[in-house]
Write a new protein. Structure first.
Length: 293
């Protein structure tokens, strides 16, 4: 049985009906454009196939990313992978830039340098030095200008600015990263595993099935995950299942049994034991605590 991924609404850009992103889609807008009309509060939502880099040049606030609340102050860069449920409460008069990139286009860019995949493996807030914040702001302004007029080699100009931002973000993330850099082939294999998990985690397939589908041995897959993700394939599968369970507990009114069936468990009691083993509390207690917060 399959259910909608989460009760949180899916938007194209915030507030806009969901539609497929055009090939090569990049969008840049001022933080003010959607935040001020929403009284500096962006309700929890997700973008099915759009990733975002959000520069906070002035101000700050709180980011809700799935079940976590992350406080941040300017200058910083927020990185939001596609599919992540997120929302914001900004300090009034915060300023910055929101860069949105289609998933298909980002995958094309990441294929050229797999080191960049580390940027969008999870939502995060990266503190920036003032000079880096100024450089991000200049690049965002230049991209917005390029996107608003049809100059020669427009796509190349936008791509150069986007890659420069991503490289700067990666280098700012290095002091916060856990573990070293992964070799390109291992990072690519882990990215393929993540994509397959995203498509099939409700099937509750074994690691052996995933390895066979990816055309590698279990040993090779485990080694790549240990190096590139500092995790095991089984743990990555469990993490994605727990993420979906938390989403449905937080953002839907499905019963615990309905959630269990929706994410691939045949026995709701086994799902409750699985959730408790990994989180330290049962799904009902988790929902009750979140609602009381």
């Amino acid at each position: 049985m399959k259910a909608a991924s989460t009760a949180a609404p899916a938007f194209y850009l915030y507030g806009e009906p969901q539609r497929n992103a055009a090939e090569g889609f990049v969008h840049v807008e001022s933080l003010d454009d959607r935040s001020r009309p929403s009284e500096w509060t962006i309700q929890p939502h997700r973008h099915r196939d759009l990733h975002q880099m959000i520069l906070i040049a002035e101000g700050g606030g709180t980011m809700r990313a799935e079940a976590d609340a992350v406080q941040f102050d300017a200058p910083c860069l927020l990185l939001i992978p596609a599919g992540v449920v997120h929302g914001f409460v900004w300090h009034a008069e915060s300023s910055g830039w929101v860069t949105t990139v289609a998933d298909s286009y980002l995958h094309d860019l990441l294929a050229r340098d797999p080191e960049l995949t580390a940027l969008f493996q999870r939502p995060q807030a990266l503190p920036l030095a003032p000079e880096d914040s100024a450089a991000f702001a200049r690049a965002a302004q230049d991209m917005a200008r390029e996107l608003n007029w049809s100059g020669r080699a427009q796509r190349a100009a936008v791509e150069a600015l986007l890659l420069a931002q991503m490289v700067r973000a990666l280098r700012n993330s290095e002091p916060h990263a856990a573990g070293g850099r992964a070799e390109g082939r291992q990072a690519t294999l882990v990215a393929r595993l993540r994509a397959r998990i995203e498509d099939r985690f409700r099937e509750r397939e074994s690691v052996a099935r995933y390895a066979a589908a990816l055309g590698v041995s279990e040993t090779t897959l485990r080694a790549a995950c240990a190096e590139a993700a500092q995790n095991s394939p089984a743990a990555m599968l469990d993490e994605r299942t727990l993420l979906e369970a938390r989403r449905l507990l937080l953002y839907s009114r499905l019963s615990v049994a309905e959630i269990a069936y929706a994410i691939g468990f045949e026995d709701p009691a086994y799902f409750s034991r699985f959730f408790t083993r990994h989180t330290g509390e049962g799904p009902r207690a988790y929902r009750d605590r979140a609602e009381a917060a």
